[in-house]
Design a protein. Structure first.
Lengths: 294, 138
């Protein structure tokens, strides 16, 4: 049986833990709001960009290597986005498990599966399993910027255009809401703009004319815009992942704070019971001592 | 009068604001757009862009690096990689950066890729300095 002093010490330390988890929850909530803002701010840019590419590509029948599907997919690059830090529930382990399963399942189907890691957690996990990435970025603790994303995008795109890979896929957490994130695996190269569905809409909406002046030529504009589009895709995945991370951490910390509260309640109850028991014993001793003297 | 939208991946600067006139650093040089301009799509370089809001005497200015501009009958859409407003620019830091990096490059070898990157950075720094000089005189 634990002594009163032990229980008191445990209650104190649980209280301290609870304070920390509460603070972490608040911090995550603030960061989550910022990350969500980022996603919202990106939307108009993304939409306009996509629309213009579709418009130009359709009216001028422009194609680009980034958009062409390869008949036979032999080698793929898997970009795995995780967070740098833990304490966010199953956020990272979901991603890691998914990627590992994916790797095992498809190992025989393709000639080559290479990895690239964004975030320390994924990198560490696969290092322990002797899977070496072609490249990794593990300093995400500051805010992710568009600049960082475009550097990653450049690297991936060059590898793709040089013919090292036939397909590039990204595994990341999609931000559904603050409490739910879903692991998704999407193909980002070759770029699929779903031109067919866009075609009709844009014709009706803007009446995009072929007489438009292009400076420089439509081909080079499409090329530049596609590159930007790809940068943005990477940036979007990273932003979603960051928002998801903070959301996951927020709910994990919320749960931890609640658990700490329950724990404190239980301990306080035991403490009081013990205290009363002790008082009763003491009283009985005094009373029986007095009785004996009579 | 027409509508101007300026967005970057990280922020929304203007959404459908009524403006009288816009000047951007286009692919073939500085480009001034008034209402009734022919439909046009162009990429933008690095430089200073200006726009005059409706009923305003003064031009608003910003430094833009990479972008793309679409002029259509409804208005002007500008997608920019990065936009910096005068109040966000630190003149001293920019000058410092320019002179120190120029000195550094003189003493070391740089690869082609790095050279292109540097050129872009310098162009941006120079436009920032240009912008700030005219901005402060006002």
């Amino acid at each position: 049986m634990a002594s009163l002093k032990d229980i008191r010490a445990r209650i104190e330390s649980t209280k301290n833990t609870q304070q920390i988890t509460k603070a972490m929850k608040l911090v995550s909530a603030a960061k989550l709001r910022k990350a969500q803002n980022n996603i919202v701010n990106m939307r108009p840019y993304a939409l306009t960009l996509r629309k213009v590419i579709a418009d130009i590509a359709v009216t001028n029948k422009v194609t680009h290597p980034l958009m062409e599907k390869k008949d036979q997919v032999k080698s793929i690059l898997l970009v795995v986005i995780t967070s740098d830090r833990g304490l966010c529930g199953a956020f990272n382990s979901n991603i890691n498990k998914f990627s590992e399963a994916y790797y095992k399942e498809n190992k025989d189907k393709f000639e080559k599966i290479d990895f690239m890691f964004i975030g320390r957690r994924g990198h560490d996990y696969f290092m322990r399993r002797d899977i070496k990435p072609i490249d990794y970025i593990t300093k995400l603790d500051k805010d992710i910027s568009y600049e960082l994303a475009s550097k990653v995008a450049n690297r991936v795109m060059n590898d793709y255009l040089d013919g090292h890979y036939d397909e590039v896929r990204v595994v990341h957490n999609e931000f559904k809401s603050a409490i739910s994130q879903v692991v998704v695996c999407e193909t980002i190269l070759p770029i699929d703009l779903e031109l067919t569905s866009f075609n009709k809409e844009s014709e009706i909406e803007t009446g995009f004319s072929v007489d438009m002046i292009f400076e420089p030529s439509p081909e080079s504009i499409v090329k530049e815009l596609l590159e930007k589009h790809f940068d943005l895709q990477i940036y979007r995945c990273m932003s979603e992942s960051v928002a998801g991370e903070h959301g996951a951490r927020m709910s994990a910390m919320e749960a931890a704070s609640n658990n700490a509260r329950d724990m404190i309640n239980k301990l306080t109850l035991t403490y009081n019971k013990l205290r009363q028991e002790k008082i009763t014993t003491e009283l009985t001793e005094i009373v029986s001592g007095a009785e004996a003297l009579k | 009068m027409f509508k101007l939208t300026i967005v970057t991946p990280e922020r929304r600067l203007l959404i459908n604001q009524e403006v009288e006139e816009v000047t951007v650093p286009g692919f073939k040089g500085e480009l001034n757009i008034l209402s009734g301009h022919a439909p046009l799509i162009t990429t933008l370089g690095t430089g200073v862009m200006k726009w005059k809001l409706k009923d305003s005497e003064l031009f608003n200015k910003a430094v833009i690096s990479w972008g793309y501009c679409q002029v259509s009958p409804e208005g002007v859409n500008i997608l920019a990689g990065l936009v910096e407003l005068p109040e966000e620019i630190e003149l001293a830091a920019t000058q410092e950066y320019l002179s120190s990096s120029e000195k550094k490059v003189l003493n070391t070898d740089v690869s082609e890729v790095e050279w292109i990157e540097l050129q872009k950075e310098w162009a941006r720094a120079r436009s920032k300095i240009d912008l700030m000089e005219t901005h402060l005189k006002r």
